[in-house]
Design a protein around this ligand. Structure first.
Ligand code: SIN
Ligand code: FE2
Length: 218
């Protein structure tokens, strides 16, 4: 009886992992068990380093509001995109990465086959309805051997999963609260983006979607 249950659990677990391309996985609901701890840890981060709309080197105000925690934060300004240990808004270090964030990112990476993931940057993205993120590659990191771990919270979004060339038609992936995407290895530099967010409501985020993206920046 015990053995049968274990098999059922394993089957259920595997059914909730979808492979999008070699090295790219959606782990359905992976972050749900940590949701309370995640939001408890997020509050002080947003107080110390408030969400803000960055301006791209081309002079466009990004519609996604962003901040960071960890040793490095991703920033954009008129001079370019980069990782910086200092929050340009406060002149101080970014808030440290909470243990619950680090463990979640490491567990998700390991579940997708990437052992020993050591993220030192966590980008916090807040999407309002209508907000989108155009197709891009994550390539401001110093190396590409570590995967990207991306946690979706709050109202659902349609994620675009492309390939190595911008022209390759992306597939659409519905990302729900608690879903975690991991991409690395041959998928590490795949194009990706987010379609304009539909209106919605989630008890933990209200009318927003929050995304946490974990990276080894340097
Ligand atoms: C990103 O690509 O930086 C964020 C993706 C997402 O919000 O799901
Ligand atoms: Fe990205």
């Amino acid at each position: 009886m015990m053995t049968l249950n274990l098999f059922e659990d394993t089957a259920q677990c595997q059914a909730r992992q979808e492979q999008l391309s070699p090295g790219a996985f959606v782990l359905r609901g992976f972050a749900v068990p940590d949701e309370t701890a995640i939001f408890a840890a997020l509050g002080p981060i947003l107080s110390a380093a408030p969400l803000r709309h960055l301006v791209t080197p081309g002079g466009f105000r990004m519609s996604v509001a962003m901040t960071n925690c960890g040793s490095y934060g991703w920033v954009a300004d008129r001079t370019g995109y980069r990782y910086d240990a200092i929050d340009p808004k406060s002149g101080k270090l970014w808030p440290s990465m909470p243990d619950v964030f680090l463990k979640l990112a490491q567990d998700a990476a390991a579940t997708a086959g990437f052992e020993d993931f050591k993220p030192n940057a966590c980008l916090v993205n807040r999407y309002d309805p209508g907000t989108r993120l155009s197709l891009h590659q994550d390539k401001n990191e110093r190396g590409f051997s570590a995967p990207i771990v991306s946690v979706s919270l709050g109202i659902p979004a349609v994620f675009l999963w492309g390939a190595l060339r911008r022209e390759d038609k992306p597939v659409r992936v519905q990302l729900m609260h608690g879903d975690v995407m991991v991409w690395g290895g041959p998928s590490r530099l795949h194009y990706h983006g987010v379609l304009p967010l539909k209106e919605g409501h989630h008890p933990l985020t209200g009318t927003h979607r929050i995304n946490l993206t974990f990276r080894k920046a340097v």
